[in-house]
Design a protein around this ligand. Sequence first.
Ligand code: SF4
Length: 324
Amino acid sequence: MFAKIDDAARKMLSGTILGKSEMVELLGMDTDSDECAYLREKACECARIVTQNKAYLWGAVGVDYIGCAASCRFCSFGKEWGLVKGERIYTLPEIIAQAREYVESGVHFIVLRTTQYYPLDALATFARAIRKEVEGDYELIVNPGDFDLQTANNLYENGVNGVYHAIRLREGTDTPFRPEYRIKTLSAIKSSPLNLIHLVEPVGPEHSYGEIADRFLCAVEHGAYISGVMARIPVKGTPLGDIPQLSDNEIAKITAVLRLSGGSVVRHICVHPASGAAVQSGANVVVVETGAIPRDSRPSSGKWLNFDALSAKKLFEENGFTVG
Ligand code: SF4
């Protein structure tokens, strides 16, 4: 296995994307083995080379805390689960103030996250206003529902740099959307000047390594600029709420395999929630979030789990990365 890890690292550094069977073999190794420790070390070495040791913070603003009619089986906003009590929709001045605070505290990716049916023209208006009001060298990302090429171009023209969009694990089974429906949006993003941000998510013990590899390779095929892994957080009261969360070490192993699998396509590997283990395994982006959080049953007026920009910076700096 050590030779296969070396081979994967060599391929990554020469820009070669791993195949599904190579990924599944690496993902299948025992999380507590010496081989896995070596895999994580190699992935971190590769991350330092391709990122020039630079890490970035992602600051999410959850714009709307409302019941979402899609009712995905892992999401606290699902209308059917009845967890959303007292809707809260953040106003443009609140969003601008949060974006400013993020930029001032060193966040590079400002992400406006909304539920599936939130109006896209409002997001274009927000983007324009944020660009006008918040100075700085940041990338503005939106995370809405599905849309076409015209909307993608309109978002770009209003100051959006990228879109978070993912075919979730078990899309069409744990969600009401057929993967083909989501692929249309991925194709619209690819045909536009927008960057695609597509993590493999929400990963839990119910998913096979083949499913994880398939989702990552689909993100690569659509040219993902940031990929990575997001754990499914079990929210009590959702249908998947009693299935436990994966351990930090298992998420770190997946992080390492994704770092070695994306060739020269995927530039950044993000992990959520953040951990030292994942940063030591090739992740160079972590998430700070506030407002409406689909992993929690109530909105967060501060930063989710008290993980703020300062904590994120400290995590990277302790592990030898410079925060960009
Ligand atoms: S994951 Fe998105 S689409 Fe699904 S219920 Fe939550 S907000 Fe709606």
